[in-house]
Design a protein around this ligand. Structure first.
Ligand code: OOG
Ligand code: NI
Length: 268
């Protein structure tokens, strides 16, 4: 396990921008070319299958070991996904959002493909220091990928990309020159980036103490066992948090908004 939060997030970021070049360009756009301003990450998200070898708790263990604590639980009924978020007592550290696909709720063909993938993974793989950015641990054919996305975009994404940060999230509250999500979105669109419009460009808002937007995932060429395909990789998210009546900044997630954020890796 990593014994340092900063080196873990640096490694996750390097792995993420390697397949998400737009995130690097947006980072520059928000910080200025000389990269003088610092971006604060609101959260980073991971996906997994709820099978014994790689279930959510194994990913969470890496963060619990770094002092993170389990917080909210979320259920995405239609997508057949469960999730939890984790916070560090040091509130300047990014939150972590981990979801897992409830494999047993899918068709027998989808279950067969997923089980065959995870079977190829050594049981100890989840304990490796670099597990959270280790990618795919199995052979995957283009047919298996197509079959998975026809039933679940989430399953297809995870089968193709494996274990890695699915997105980083800019904390809009901490930007120096922009103070609201609408202006962030305008800047991004003027620069030619494509936003996820499922459920509206801005998901949530002040009434739920969290407003979120995201880019649509980059298109990236990936090698499969029998050839290559250009498919959605990762996306970049932007979050603005609001103060609750008790004076505290809201730290949770919003199910209805998250449900739409997942769709940032859908085919387009
Ligand atoms: C997670 C989607 C939910 C949020 O901030 O609500 C989310 C995912 O796409 O894996 O990140
Ligand atoms: Ni997110």
């Amino acid at each position: 396990m990593h014994n340092n939060i900063t080196t873990l997030f640096d490694a996750l970021w390097a792995d993420y921008v390697a397949i998400t070049p737009s995130a690097q360009r947006i980072h520059k756009l928000l910080t200025g070319e000389e990269n003088s301003a610092r971006i604060v990450n609101d959260h980073v998200a991971f996906r997994t299958f709820n099978l014994e070898k790689c279930q959510l708790s194994h990913l969470a263990a890496h963060f619990l070991a770094l002092g993170y604590e389990a917080k909210g639980e979320y259920d995405f009924k239609a997508k057949k996904v469960s999730a939890r978020h984790f916070e560090h007592p040091d509130q300047t550290q990014p939150k972590v959002f981990i979801s897992e696909l409830r494999v047993a709720e899918f068709s027998s063909e989808t279950q067969r493909i997923i089980h065959a993938l995870v079977e190829q993974m050594p049981a100890q793989a989840v304990q490796a220091d670099n597990f959270l950015y280790s990618g795919r641990h199995w052979q995957l054919s283009t047919d298996e990928y197509q079959s998975l996305i026809s039933e679940s975009e989430y399953a297809g994404w995870l089968a193709a990309w494996g274990f890695r940060a699915n997105h980083f999230t800019v904390s809009v509250n901490h930007l120096n020159n922009i103070d609201n999500l609408t202006d962030v979105n305008t800047l991004l669109k003027e620069a030619g980036f494509v936003l996820n419009t499922s459920g509206g460009e801005i998901k949530g808002g002040e009434s739920v103490y969290l407003a979120q937007s995201s880019t649509m995932a980059d298109q990236f060429e990936l090698a499969f066992s029998d050839g290559s395909l250009t498919i959605p990789s990762c996306f970049y998210e932007f979050a603005q948090r609001y103060t609750m009546p008790d004076g505290m900044l809201y730290q949770g997630f919003v199910e209805a908004s998250a449900d739409k954020i997942f769709e940032s890796t859908n085919a387009r």
